[in-house]
Design a protein around this ligand. Structure first.
Ligand code: FAD
Length: 460
């Protein structure tokens, strides 16, 4: 892979005269974020090691029927499975939008193992990430079955990285920089409901949902309204006796049948749970349930990271971080790829990684620490003034493409393709209108054609 040496005049903070600096960089995690971070860092000429505690690349896309030893995921001593994928999962983004910008996620014709659908199953995404790792030579720099157990600052602004491998080897090494790509869909976030501690039924978090069979003939209360909640409720409605969806995003006193189903209801959030297994809803309705399935999201967790309080996780805000990537006091030697959510992840990871790589080589420069802190403070004030809760700090739904384009400008890269933006909006609209069928029926074929035309740059 030829390292990028072309200096772009359009980069906002480029320092043209300085020769690039080569750094030793540790990347934590070989999911989509870690893979593209490794590629961008190597393109820039850095020396990279990727630490991966699993035995293969792909992160959350490595489906396994195994689950955590504690199904609700609160026991700190439980055995943890990384992936939250369920067996029936198909992507909620079309492959054209989802893929890395310069490595399109196109169908592999003539290979029967592959899933050619526009919204393919999880195995196809894993295969795509494997292709990416192979094509960019990332495999050779991944240390598999090696968990990072400690990352801390040492003299000279470098980082001590301690690892433990499954083979029983412990390493203690020093790197110039650390890029954290450990994912954030593994540690469950749990809804606190009055009475939940003494409620007698089974409790499970969607992290540990795999197949509908255990829900056969059961009365299930499913909490949440995220993409997983929408999919999983439909998955289990086929076998369960009753499915009651409880969501705090529904208006108070909602109690209605889900259109198209005779065993699924929508409720506003549960008021309280009783020992006899009943759940009381705000409109006074009572449901006797066997199982509560929490599709309530996840929390950020960096158990290995020691920054002496410089970086904290407070109500799911990782901060302070400049543009969701750098703690100002430790920039650019410590960075995070992949924190934003409600986004198109892979292209965003790619741009964050390009920015980090260019900054580490000093091809691009950052504002001063004080200026970055000021930017962070202004961002937090804006969230507060808009009534956005702290836990939504990294929710980027409304401005992700603006953010992507800002990153692109820093790196001297092209902004997001117009078809990608339009297709994202078209799919979101279609998903809301027909949650059961959006993956197989759509009206944006003209955008698919534009995307395919664009992909010829990379595939022909
Ligand atoms: P991960 O894929 O989680 O990878 C993190 C890696 O870090 C893992 O391999 C893990 O083993 C490793 N790791 C963690 N801690 C350590 C440590 N201490 N030491 C060493 N290694 C460590 N995105 C889409 O674009 N389209 C979709 O349709 C879509 N559907 C989704 C459905 C579900 C159910 C979920 C949970 C997510 C979905 N996503 C989807 C988002 C998905 O998470 C991202 O696309 C992306 O794969 C995240 O990549 P990542 O590298 O940040 O994290």
């Amino acid at each position: 892979i030829a390292p990028i040496r072309v200096l772009s005049k359009s980069a906002a903070h480029s320092s043209i005269m300085q020769p690039p600096t080569i750094r030793n960089v540790a990347v934590i995690g070989a999911g989509a974020a870690g893979l593209v971070a490794a590629r961008e860092l190597r393109r820039e000429g850095h020396k990279v090691v990727v630490f991966e505690r699993g035995d293969q690349v792909g992160g959350t896309w490595v489906y396994t029927p195994k689950v955590d030893s504690d199904p609700i995921g609160v026991d700190p001593d439980r055995t943890v499975v990384h992936s939250s994928m369920y067996q029936s999962l198909r992507t909620n983004l079309p492959r054209e939008v989802m893929g890395f910008r310069d490595y399109p996620f196109v169908e592999k014709e003539g290979d029967e193992e592959r899933d050619p659908r526009r919204f393919p199953g999880h195995r196809e995404v894993l295969m795509y990430l494997n292709d990416f790792a192979k094509d960019f030579g990332v495999y050779g720099i991944v240390r598999f079955e090696t968990e990072v157990v400690f990352v801390g600052l040492v003299e000279g602004g470098k980082w001590e990285v301690k690892t433990k491998s499954k083979r029983g080897e412990d390493f203690d090494e020093v790197y110039d920089a650390v890029v954290v790509c450990n994912g954030h869909y593994t540690e469950p976030r749990i809804a606190q409901i009055p009475g939940i501690d003494t409620w007698k039924g089974k409790q499970i978090h969607s992290h540990n949902y795999r197949t509908p069979e255990p829900y056969r003939d059961q009365v299930v209360i499913l909490i949440g309204s995220s993409a997983s909640a929408v999919d999983i409720s439909r998955d289990i409605a086929g076998v369960a006796k009753e499915v009651h969806i409880a969501s705090r995003s529904l208006p108070d006193e909602t109690f209605e049948k889900m259109p198209g189903y005779d065993n699924m209801w929508l409720h506003s959030m549960i008021n309280s749970l009783n020992e006899d297994g009943s759940a009381i809803f705000p409109d006074g309705s009572v449901v006797h349930a066997d199982i509560i399935l929490q599709c309530t999201g996840y929390i950020y967790d960096f158990p290995f990271l020691e920054t002496n309080g410089t970086v904290t996780v407070d109500d799911n805000r990782v901060g302070p971080l400049y543009k969701h990537v750098f703690p100002p006091a430790l920039a650019p030697s410590l960075s995070f790829v992949g924190l934003p959510w409600k986004v198109v992840p892979f292209p965003l990871f790619e741009l964050q990684s390009k920015w980090i790589a260019g900054l580490l080589s000093t091809r691009i420069t950052l504002p001063s620490e004080e200026e970055m802190m000021e930017d962070v403070r202004a961002f937090y004030s804006l969230l507060e003034a808009s009534g956005i809760p702290k836990r939504y700090t990294h929710n980027m739904g409304d401005y992700q493409f603006e953010y992507d384009d800002w990153l692109a400008a820093q790196c001297g890269s092209p902004v997001s393709e117009e078809w990608r933006k339009q297709m994202y909006l078209a799919v979101s609209k279609n998903r809301r209108a027909r949650p059961e069928r959006y993956r197989d029926e759509w009206e944006d074929d003209h955008l698919v054609l534009q995307a395919r035309e664009d992909f010829k740059k990379y595939t022909s």
